[in-house]
Design a binder for this molecule. Sequence first.
Ligand code: SF4
Length: 354
Amino acid sequence: MTNLVLQHGLSFADLYDRDGLVRLDRAFVARLAETDVGLHDRLMTARRDPEAIERLEDSNLLVDLAPHLEDFVGGLFGIESEVRELQARHHELAPLYSVKRLFVQRRAVKGVKEADAVAIDGPGLARDLDRLMGAPPGEPIPQWERRYAEHVADWLENEAGNAEALDIAQRYAAWATLSPEGGRKHRRGVLFKVPHRLDMHHLVPVETVERDGVTMLRLPEDDWRRRDGFALTDRGTDLTGALDQANYCIWCHNQGKDSCSKGLKEKDGAFKKSVFGVTLAGCPLEEKISEMNLVKARGNSLGALAIVAVDNPICAATGHRICNDCMKACIYQRQEPVDIPQIETRTLKDVLAL
Ligand code: SF4
């Protein structure tokens, strides 16, 4: 590890040394001046007087710098092709999230009741779609959903010419999203989902069972995870799930309403409390979560991790299974919040895997 060869005449030991880090910073600033002089000037202005910079300009500066930093760090460690490959995996998944928002949620399920969805012949429409999309028999749901999203995105380019295919896709989406059978089929997918309303007194969907005269609460069997020794039973989300959440976020820093970071406030400026009396102060580190989500959604994992590290340099000790103050204070208070810890942890894992 200590023999890593770095660019710019730097050694691995330099990364632990102030003078080395100063040289590293100079190399980054020089590269930025070559590639985007306007952004370089904004960074220099902000550095000259950090107190004078407005919060939104601070956020925009970090978001705009993120892809440049990602390129630079990729070059520094000689992992440019791995970084590009990771970016490409993000971009390949992009149709899932645009089709989910614009076609499934805004169009297919609009005005459709569960009873209407149940009456739709979902399996029959799935066979029609398999034929139209050239799907192999028994294709796993995540791959099938990607195939569906890519085809719908293509068909939407010429709605009049693809009216029949779009009608089938639309009716299938209503069935898959709203009917219990469709929900079961796509339980492990991300495409056919609408945010559910929160029932604060029933947050964990337990059911009551009686065994040997003892009444117990338990999760539905589909949600059981088998314990094997002391290993974790929850591996956390994959990239598809993390990007689903990053795209569900509405990037509230643009309106100064990123309560996940700053907390939810009453009119008098005090923090709101949840129905359980928990203070909704948001992330104690005021991590720039909205900005992280935006940069991750754009496909820049290294850039997103860099934004996290500004306020939370030891983020390996936060995230999924560790903390969720941010999530409790998300702007979505009546429907399920953005699963921020999953995004943060997936981002860290994606970078560590480079
Ligand atoms: S996580 Fe929630 S509060 Fe934070 S920016 Fe996204 S939508 Fe807004």
